[in-house]
Design a protein around this ligand. Sequence first.
Ligand code: GDP
Length: 197
Amino acid sequence: MKITTATFISSYADVKKCPAPDKPEFAFIGRSNVGKSSLINMLTNNRKLAKTSVKPGKTQTINHFLINEEWYLVDLPGYGYASVSKSTREGFGKMIEEYTTKRENLDCLFILIDPRVEPQKIDLSFIGWAGAQGIPIAIVFTKADKLKKNELQKNIAAFQRALLQTWEELPPMMITSSEQKAGREDILEFIDDVIEK
Ligand code: GDP
């Protein structure tokens, strides 16, 4: 897929206020600092579309971007950031939960994972929860350039083993580096395939 236009629509603090669900929608989520903004900017070839945050946990809204006048790309708040207050964190939880379970045009939720660290409880439990809800998901490993190839493979294998303790079948997985613009086509082709179906 070639991206010709990427337009910021708006930020929403309330799922009910999101744009009419009349286009295919693809959302991105992950722990703060996982590289979500960088990935969105890499995918859309726009260095400033999603704001890369200096302060983790900054995105507290659902942000819609219209791509090629055809589908929505959605930047969701980060989950599991320890230094936001408990009530705010619960707010994130509720908003994410409401959006991911109720948004009828959500075609895929891309869950971003940092492969540099061992499988994190919060990621595994979020993936488990999303799977149990029947939300269509794909896993995107970020920052691949930060690891040697064999380390990357080893860590991804460990992550897959952790997932297979609760999943019978692994979800689609993609490996990316925003720094090196790697994995861009894999994600865009995946989106294309889902839209075509
Ligand atoms: P977000 O909080 O998930 O939106 O993460 P950001 O996109 O703001 O990235 C967090 C930090 O990781 C920033 O310092 C980025 O420059 C860095 N980063 C993001 N993606 C990559 C990548 O693919 N490679 C490398 N080396 N650094 C990255």
